[in-house]
Design a binder for this molecule. Structure first.
Ligand code: PLP
Length: 399
């Protein structure tokens, strides 16, 4: 049977495709430190389940396609902390940030259009963009320059007549790069100059370290008519399975178009919206605790990775990932070795190979991303296992 070219040409997620080898290792009794996926081990705040338990309806009915007003109102109050002023009309509740991204790309792209994104980027953008018929025009960034891309000539060199948007993941996944206010203003001005959408994926908003601030693109007044924000409870509240996010924009034409997609899929899960409303009402102190915890993890992971001879790694100032260049030819082959042929005291480790985070062929083959989703002690052990694995792998596979 015929399968559409646009979907068959998409690769499986590099974050998930090695999962079956991890499961096989676990079946052999090997403990696998899973540093491949952004699924934190932090407890979801209890208010989520409490809010769900206090729902008393006899029928789990559809909610409004744009979302439950309880949740929209909680988000409106939450966003005020970041000088972002929203109304219910500016928010469509979605099934995670993923559905928000998918809807956004579908609304702004026609076949052959492109969006400008700094690479390495969150690999699933490829899927959403390809499904919308679009392409990625990448801006290549490197660890050596701290993955910076807020530069006029760099960004403009990726823009062409088919470009419809600049996409900023802030703080970044997989780079951990956090934009300063000046960076954001510069990117906003480029979007204005070239009449482009600015899609700000802010699902890691509060995960900022070393004094860098959590700033939303939503606070920049002059880009409001072209700004689309995607948001999610997944990482911020460690509630990945709730599958609740939001598509936010003050552009009525865009929201009108997105609402057609929202109505087409009827609504988001009703109970999870009730739970998420309670999450968005958590006090600011919750984020301070989370920030401290993840900063501790980042420090532990970075410290241990830095002990690996020949590694190239820059300390991220946001999100909860660390990119690292290893002294190997092909990190996918090294990962297979770790999962099939290696163990240290009955333990091994899993990370994400970074090739899928790049558009430019040949880039990322010697790079990995680790997710700081385990406590500092386990993260250290995971990074140690990478080092121990390399000690066995390298003599057999010299560069
Ligand atoms: C940058 C970024 N955006 C969006 C998502 C989607 O997350 P969810 O659909 O769970 O909200 C992720 C998940 O890892 C992400 O890293």
């Amino acid at each position: 049977m015929y399968i559409s070219k646009k979907i068959s040409e998409i690769e499986h997620s590099p974050i998930r495709k090695f999962n079956r080898y991890a499961l096989e290792a676990e079946r052999r009794g090997v403990k696998v430190y899973r540093l491949n996926i952004g699924q934190p081990d932090v407890k979801t705040p209890g208010c989520f389940m409490e809010a769900i338990r206090s729902c008393s309806s006899d029928i789990i009915a559809y909610s409004e396609s744009g979302g439950d007003t309880l949740l929209q109102d909680a988000m409106i109050d939450y966003f005020r902390r970041y000088d972002v002023s929203l109304t219910r009309d500016d928010i469509i509740i979605t099934a995670g940030g993923s559905e928000a991204l998918s809807m956004a790309f579908s609304c702004i792209l026609d076949t052959g259009d492109n969006v400008v994104i700094a690479e390495p980027f969150y690999t699933n953008y490829r899927t959403f963009i390809a499904a919308a018929g679009g392409e990625i025009s990448p801006i290549t960034t490197t660890a050596e320059t701290g993955y910076s891309y807020a530069d006029v000539s760099l960004i403009e060199s990726a823009i062409n007549e088919m470009t419809r948007a600049i996409v900023c993941t802030n703080p970044g996944n997989p780079t951990g790069k956090t934009l300063s206010l000046a960076d954001m203003e510069l990117i906003g001005d480029i979007a204005i100059k070239h009449d482009l959408w600015l899609l700000a994926d802010e699902v890691y908003r509060e995960f900022t370290y070393d004094g860098s601030e959590a700033i939303s693109f939503g606070s920049l007044e002059r880009i409001q008519d072209r700004l689309i924000i995607t948001d999610s409870v997944s990482k911020r509240f460690s509630a990945c399975g709730a599958r609740i996010g939001a598509l936010i924009s003050k552009n009525p034409g865009f929201m009108n178009c997105a609402m057609k997609l929202a109505q087409g899929r009827l609504s988001c899960p009703t109970l999870e919206q009730a739970g998420s409303a309670a999450l968005y009402r958590l006090p600011a102190s919750y984020f301070d605790t989370m920030r401290q915890e993840y900063e501790k993890r980042r420090d532990a992971g970075y410290r241990e990775l830095s002990r690996i001879p020949g590694i190239v790694c820059s300390k991220p100032n946001g999100s909860f990932y660390i990119m690292a260049k290893l002294p190997v030819h092909d990190v996918e082959d090294f990962l297979m070795f770790l999962l099939r042929d290696f163990e240290d005291r009955g333990e091994t480790v899993m990370f994400s190979p970074a090739k899928g985070f790049y558009m430019t062929p040949g880039l990322g083959e010697d790079e990995i991303r680790i997710a700081c989703v385990l406590n500092a002690h386990d993260l250290e052990r995971g990074a140690e296992l990478i080092r121990l694995g390399l000690e066995q792998y390298l003599p057999r596979h010299s560069r």
